[in-house]
Design a protein around this ligand. Sequence first.
Ligand SMILES: NC(=O)C1=CN([C@@H]2O[C@H](COP(=O)(O)OP(=O)(O)OC[C@H]3O[C@@H](n4cnc5c(N)ncnc54)[C@H](OP(=O)(O)O)[C@@H]3O)[C@@H](O)[C@H]2O)C=CC1
Ligand SMILES: O=C(OP(=O)(O)O)[C@H](O)COP(=O)(O)O
Length: 340
Amino acid sequence: MIKVAINGYGTIGKRVADAVAAQPDMEVIGVSKTSVSAEAYIAKERGFPLYIADIEKRESFEKAGIPVAGDVEEMIKKADIVVDATPGGVGAKNRPIYELYKKKAIFQGGEDADVAEISFNAHANYKEAIGKQSARVVSCNTTGLVRVIHALDQAFGVEKVRAVMVRRGGDPNDIKRGPIDAIVLNPVTIPSHHGPDVRTVLPHINIVTLAMIVPTTFMHMHTVQADLKKETTRDAVLEVFRSHNRIGLVTKATKITSNAQLREYTQDLGRPRTDLWENGVFEDSVSVLDGKEFYCFQAIHQEADVIPENIDAIRALMGTVNDPDESIRMTNEALGFVAI
Ligand SMILES: NC(=O)C1=CN([C@@H]2O[C@H](COP(=O)(O)OP(=O)(O)OC[C@H]3O[C@@H](n4cnc5c(N)ncnc54)[C@H](OP(=O)(O)O)[C@@H]3O)[C@@H](O)[C@H]2O)C=CC1
Ligand SMILES: O=C(OP(=O)(O)O)[C@H](O)COP(=O)(O)O
């Protein structure tokens, strides 16, 4: 069993912990926080040993009825691999301790690309990540873009991509950013950082992205346009998406045309935390004009789509599964999901 520590038991960390616990070949040996909050009680309820960044705070946790297993350094020593899910930029500050104890480490998209040896997406570069000491799972928007661009590139070749990220203003529980009532060009300059971030995984892709932030919390929404190298048809593209295990299709029959309705749908499907781990491509939006111009809308659940990628990154770095398709299958099966 791979011993996994999750350093940062927050929006992403708590989802990664549950996903690790569901896998047949790995276990959570500890999670960490800096202060008592709701997630500390969830970690206790799940039976995950809780470690804390500042051991001086042990009394505050124990007064709150939360047992403390030790400090973060002790957790790191016990692990084979650490998933760092601390706030953006904190991961880079934690890297030296992972290096000190020679622990493999997975970072998240809020870190700069140079935090790790490779920027990771299971479908795009799992084999290049095998055995590496560190990886950065690219952020939710980049994960969503890489999945659809890589699928199109493999099937038809991609000349260039132009995409717009309409990003959520904050996560549902992230009241620090609300209430929100504005459409913020973010950044107002073009391109946004997403294009260069896609190229950390797919360096050959000619891509320009634009981004803004809007008053919603449920999911991001992308418009994706790609010039394909080979002539194709809408049906052929839909077939590629239908056969991809992390690209879902929001079908015409559901009458879903928004992130809110899609969240309701994942809730009714019984997904844990209503998580949409796959891309939510709107079937009716999939278009191929003049045989080579591809367009679509896709919803990206920011809290969820990076979670299976973290699991596959664990297997790749640990070198326990060399076939990306086998790892992806194991991960999806253990999470109990088939792409919508
Ligand atoms: N939220 C999202 O939609 C997405 C986030 N990401 C990326 O994932 C990473 C984590 O983001 P997110 O989960 O939203 O962040 P959260 O703020 O939800 O969680 C951060 C967690 O890290 C803990 N923490 C903070 N500092 C330390 C420290 N020094 N040592 C140990 N633990 C610490 C916090 O504990 P405490 O609360 O007790 O302080 C909290 O549990 C970021 O890089 C982000 O960019 C990527 C895709 C989507
Ligand atoms: O939108 C996201 O990152 P990205 O736009 O850099 O891909 C993630 O959801 C994290 O966003 P946040 O930094 O607003 O929490």
